[in-house]
Design a protein around this ligand. Sequence first.
Ligand SMILES: [Zn+2]
Length: 535
Amino acid sequence: MTELGPPFILRGMGRAALGGALILALSLGAACSGESTVIHDEERASGAGELPATGGSSGGSRVNGGTSGGGVGGSRGGTGGAPTQGGRGGSALGGTTSGVAGRAGGAGRAGGSAGMAGIGGTVPEAGAGGAEDVGPPSNPERDIEHTSLDVALYRYSAVATIRVGPSERPGASFEVGGLSIDSVKIHDAPVAFAVRGQVLDVDVPPANGSTDVSIAYAFAPDARRGWSDAGYTLTWPYFCGYLFPCHSAPSDGTTFELRVAGERSVVYPPKIASEVPSYVAAWVEGDYVQDTLGTTRAGTNLSVYYFRGELGARDGAHTGTARLRDAFEWYEDHLGPYLFGSSVGSVAVEWPSGSYGGMEHHPLWHIAAVSMAEPLTHLHEAAHGWFGDGVRIHCWEDLVLSEGTASYLSVHVLEALGETEAANAAWTNYEDEASVATTGPVWQSTCDEIDVLASSVYSEQTYARGALFYRALEARVGTSLLEDALRQFYGAFQGKSARFEDLLDAVHTTTGYDARQCAANWLVGTTAPSFGPCP
Ligand SMILES: [Zn+2]
């Protein structure tokens, strides 16, 4: 792993080969209508926007009394209480974690830093042992169905229109770890809201159908969470609340519409039409060149975006993506239809020094500039269109369903395309990785009981052992049967969340082979088996 911390994902490309990098994923901006991928050149937003206060984190609770313009001081006004990451699971919502985050915020405020009561509002007694809370109800179970973001990058402000699902109970709750909430409206009418710790509670009435909640807010630039002024967003795994109100739990998928105005070219997809985890939405800004890479039989147009004028950027981009169109076509042919439009591609991004790999922001996934010449990185991120994004993980403990499968597919497709030498080198890298003992299992059967960033579930071993498990399974059941099982699984769960157990069920049903013991051998023990077919 790296010293970079949270936002970066390991890619499992092999420490030796890469010199220690990480992965990120991301999507570029396509533009405008439909599915054409466009680089947006929009003028820097002008006007009276101001930088959000950066002092204090979310150490407080504030109830806003429904009149628009309430909360003049901004919800970030609290000076007490460093932000917790929302407890074990990372998410500030859901299960026991909301209590953890809420109390942490309350404690900070109780520590003498109140002063953020909105106009017409009251400050609830949210601290431990405090009096009964008042204000809008908390309802973290209310589903997010669709998220529409209209972002002015250099005003550091945005409006999120979030469609929440039906609920017999009132209220809707969102993670807003780094945001300052200005107003919340339903049908243009202000509604009561409260920021408690890192959670925004809104007084949404009970409803049999969906309700659109419009939230105006400010965000603060941050190199590792949310938006960086260096030109990228980072929200994996549970930092979406630093960019927009959200549910970070990957089980709660949402579709997206994006509109982002910056100073330079902003690259992002105008829409993400199939439900994805919140971390999939992203954008980058910079002086980009877009080169087309061809079209697949299914009609998907591939592109690569790299930085204009950077020494070697074009050569690296074309070296890394030489087989990207072919690989994408193989995925479409063998796994099933791609869900995120017809304009897709790899986008270079300048992450903090030391990071590497990519981030699965389909349909315009991000690749660290230092990894742009690495074919496997592009093929890995592209594979997430099917595993990780197309089918999303249900719990963080299922990370291997996303990363292990994408790691396997990226090498498998090299073999299928006749790139035997590159494939063999990649297998050797994975075997080297897997020869090191892990600190714990890379696959666990609990659900969202871990902090994924602090867990053995998130390590280079997840990539390496996940890929090697599939390779052992392929050696046991045969290539075409394993491909059948992956296609069946994708067909059953596309647009939904799934557990790794569901994948093993699909393997059993399709191939007749029960792979549970083989999966346990590779993914649960601290010492991996030496390579061979599943028993
Ligand atoms: Zn990945």
